[in-house]
Design a binder for this molecule. Structure first.
Ligand SMILES: [Zn+2]
Length: 228
């Protein structure tokens, strides 16, 4: 009996303590949990040609394979999305540039690391085309704005919140980029939107200047490491 009343007393004391604590401790304010978002800008330089290469393959007839980069290094990454399934939306009415972005999406999907899926709603990644803004440095052929949560990390990388990539129409026209070469610029920018940084191997799609590069084993390795 004595034992039972003691345990009852302990139980009452515990409940009282919890009640007092929850009364005393302030409810967490909304501002404390608000996401802290930072935006980065990654540009791609044009590789300048005065005339377009004679051999122009159309995007439709192009066969596609992941190539070796001539290096065992993996493309570095600083950010990633939470999930391997990432949504995208292509803006603009140009069927020419839709084909450019669709090629970039399909080639990254073929790498087999992430799964890019189209959406009509709010997309993780927005893919667009415009003329270069006046503020852009000369010879910049594409750019990606990627926003990430500065207070979150996953696999040692910052977690992406949103990204928007552009291929600059006027600059690619000025340097006579073919449609296939514009798709390479799109692949490079989409690589940034997936969290990749610039790579050292000259054949890697994430090399800082883009024209005839394609997605290489180095780029795929880097992506696979960040999404493992
Ligand atoms: Zn770049």
């Amino acid at each position: 009996m004595k034992k039972r009343s003691l345990s009852l007393l302990i139980a009452v004391a515990a409940v009282t303590l919890i009640a007092v604590l929850s009364f005393v401790s302030p409810v967490q304010t909304k501002s404390a949990t608000r996401a802290q978002i930072t935006t980065d800008v990654d540009a791609t330089e044009a590789v300048k040609h005065d005339v377009q290469a004679a051999k122009t393959v159309s995007l439709k007839s192009m066969s596609y394979a992941i190539k070796g980069s001539g290096s065992t290094a993996s493309t570095p990454a600083a950010k990633r999305w939470t999930s391997k399934t990432i949504t995208y939306k292509i803006s603009g009415s140009s069927s020419y540039y839709k084909a450019v972005w669709n090629a970039a999406v399909s080639h990254w999907n073929k790498a087999g690391v992430v799964n890019l899926v189209p959406t009509t709603g709010k997309a993780d990644i927005n893919l667009a085309t415009s003329n270069a803004p006046k503020s852009a440095a000369a010879g910049v052929v594409g750019v990606t704005y990627s926003s990430y949560y500065s207070n979150k990390s996953l696999n040692g990388l910052k977690v992406l919140a949103s990204a928007k990539s552009y291929v600059y129409r006027d600059v690619s026209t000025k340097y006579h980029y073919s449609q296939v070469e514009r798709a390479h610029v799109a692949e490079h920018e989409l690589g940034h939107a997936l969290g990749l940084e610039h790579a050292t191997p000259k054949h890697a799609i994430m090399y800082y200047a883009t024209r005839d590069q394609t997605i290489t084993t180095s780029d795929v390795k880097g992506l696979a490491q960040s999404y493992k």
